[in-house]
Design a binder for this molecule. Sequence first.
Ligand code: COA
Ligand code: ZN
Length: 302
Amino acid sequence: MDQVIVNDVAPRDGLQNDPAAVSAADRAELVNSLVDVGLPAVEVASFVSPKAVPKMAGAAELVAALDLDRADFSALVPNRKGYEMARAAGMRSVALVLSATETMNRKNINMGLDQALAVCRETVQQACADGLKARAYVSVAFACPFEGPVQDSQVELLAGEMFAAGAQEVIIADTIGAGNPLRAKQLFGRLAAAFDAAKLAAHLHDTRALALANAWQALECGIRKFDASAGGLGGCPFAPGAAGNLATEDLVSLLHQAGLETGIDLAALLKVVGRIESLVGRPVGGRALPWLHRRFANREAA
Ligand code: COA
Ligand code: ZN
């Protein structure tokens, strides 16, 4: 059966901008509970400046608390220093972050596009030389909160640069949730034709309630790797207007209804969403959560 790999980014994208401050120990516990319910991949932390993103402090401590053989764990790194810190912590997979526009790179990592491209290229090459898996985000792939719509050709160019540098995977990120199914079909169709679709991933935000519709278009284009965030947590502190990520429970619900295999126990995942609620101190959850709760409650009662 067709298999889809879901990478849960709640511990990183989900919590980096959350009003709640969640300790590294609690974030490590969240990572473990995601793996317990079948998530094959989790983005666990970011090795970034604690001045820029205070909520991600303690990345090395978090990684030290994990059994790195349990799943495909990755960490976001914005520059060479972050890469070295991630490697020293024992990470085997790193994710570089390259935004498609000049202004977004400046706001996010204080580099222009050319410099960001050079740093990402060198860091990907270094990761490959060190035997680590290198993933690269191409962020604001549909639109930039500062510069507006992004051309598909620009996304293709940057993805090509990252593959040429040796990236094993390129993640196309709709950072502010500006995509729609028509544009998603065009962009993912174009990228799947230009590159090996098995090496592309989609990272979608649900700002306009279109993340699932966009995910379906990506699936139709042959994409089989998705980022999602349990509970729909998420948002970038440097991208105004970014709402939560596509909720893992919504995505997995869609995939299972479509007959696709994920290895994830959806009923058990709902319990992790409940745990996230207690960590952040407020209700969270994807759009299908009330229905999913009823569905599994009925099944247990039956
Ligand atoms: N991790 C931790 N500290 C870092 C770091 C990293 N990856 N890179 C740089 N620093 C430290 C430097 O050592 C320096 O510390 P000091 O003030 O104690 O001397 C300080 O940060 C400034 O270093 P500099 O290289 O001038 O960085 P900057 O101020 O230009 O900021 C980034 C660049 C990339 C470090 C910062 O913008 C950042 O961390 N961005 C994260 C973006 C992010 O996570 N976005 C959300 C996900 S897409
Ligand atoms: Zn995101």
